[in-house]
Design a binder for this molecule. Structure first.
Ligand SMILES: [Zn+2]
Length: 342
């Protein structure tokens, strides 16, 4: 029922940023740190997906990274499992080291690599999601009273959990990913009766899909970047020089003679991830550093993107999130300086 999730925009956008930044800016500590956090969260979620995928369950549907809105306020849940008995919201934390829950302060501190750090209480976080989802179901579908269960799952079983005040809420809510199968079983037995009809279940499912609104960060704005920080044209995958030039239907590097037929595809996708979800012929020429509108036209056409408008006003649209290529292809230099365990 559960598949491994695809990369979220936040991760794809960082990967695109590392490909587009000039080499000297790729080493920015702030960017690396933020990227490492996003990547670590994603790897933890994949770990939980993997365990769930191997667990036979009675849930009808699973949603990953479901992001919904109450009025103007968004809330995003790492995993949601839907059944006619109850809904389960799972918050996934890929936290390492030693975690201590302070019942009186309602926070968690982590000691990892000799550094102590404090985190927002993940129980409060997932309980807030529960209230938000309850409200959303009432407002969108007029559904009241469906039980919603919550769990905080620690994806790495080597992490040490401490609960010195023996807070029962912590014991009940925070578990290791490895214990998910038995916890799901326990929750399933807690609800002998259905609380949703099949048609309500279908309605919730179709509304989740319809109103899910994936978050795409604007990294150019976040890090105050402009054209001077970014590579112009296409970077040679072999020697790192740019721009490659278009010769006889191929991209050619004048520095090392490397050729590549499809080098523009990744760069156009990176444009969508970094700038906006549509591109015109003119934007494309500027971004790829080419003169000919005819060449830009044939490159854009060849990518089979959705289009709108005619002639000069024609815009080509970004693919859906799930259709982005999943391999990272990050410039090799960055991994050497990144302090993250894969
Ligand atoms: Zn080259």
């Amino acid at each position: 029922m559960i598949r491994q999730r695809k990369k979220p925009y936040s991760l794809l956008c960082y990967e695109a940023l590392f490909r587009r930044l000039k080499n000297k800016y790729r080493q920015s500590h702030a960017v690396h740190q933020d990227y490492a956090n996003v990547l670590s969260g994603y790897l933890g979620e994949r770990q939980v997906d993997y365990i769930l995928s191997a667990t036979p369950t009675y849930f009808s549907h699973a949603y990953q990274g479901l992001r919904l809105k109450n009025h103007q306020h968004y809330f995003q849940m790492d995993t949601v499992l839907l059944s006619n008995k109850f809904i389960l919201i799972i918050e996934i934390k890929n936290w390492k080291g030693v975690l201590t829950y302070h019942s009186n302060l309602k926070n968690i501190t982590q000691i990892y690599n000799n550094t102590e750090k404090s985190y927002r209480n993940p129980i409060t976080q997932v309980e807030a999601h529960k209230l938000q989802l309850e409200y959303w179901l009432q407002q969108m579908l007029g559904i009241y009273g469906v039980p919603i269960e919550t769990l905080v799952v620690i994806s790495d079983s080597a992490t040490i959990l401490k609960n010195p005040q023996e807070d029962p809420q912590f014991y009940n809510t925070v578990i290791y990913a490895d214990n998910l199968p038995s916890k799901l079983d326990e929750l399933w037995k807690k609800y002998p009766k259905s609380s949703l009809t099949n048609s309500q279940l279908r309605e919730i499912h179709s509304h989740f899909l319809k109103y899910n609104d994936d978050y795409q960060p604007d990294l150019i704005r976040l890090y105050n970047l402009d054209k001077s920080h970014l590579i112009h044209g296409i970077e040679c995958a072999k020697c790192g020089q740019y721009p490659m030039t278009r010769v006889h239907g191929k991209w050619y590097c004048i520095h090392c003679s490397f050729t590549d037929k499809l080098a523009h595809e990744r760069v156009i996708l990176d444009y969508f991830l970094l700038f906006k979800p549509t591109i015109t012929n003119k934007d494309c020429r500027e971004f790829l550093q080419i003169e000919s509108p005819k060449v830009a036209y044939s490159l854009l056409q060849s990518m089979k993107l959705n289009k709108s408008g005619e002639h000069r006003g024609r815009e080509y649209h970004a693919p859906k999130l799930e259709d982005y290529p999943q391999h990272s292809h990050i410039p090799w230099k960055m991994e050497t300086t990144l302090n993250v365990t894969f």
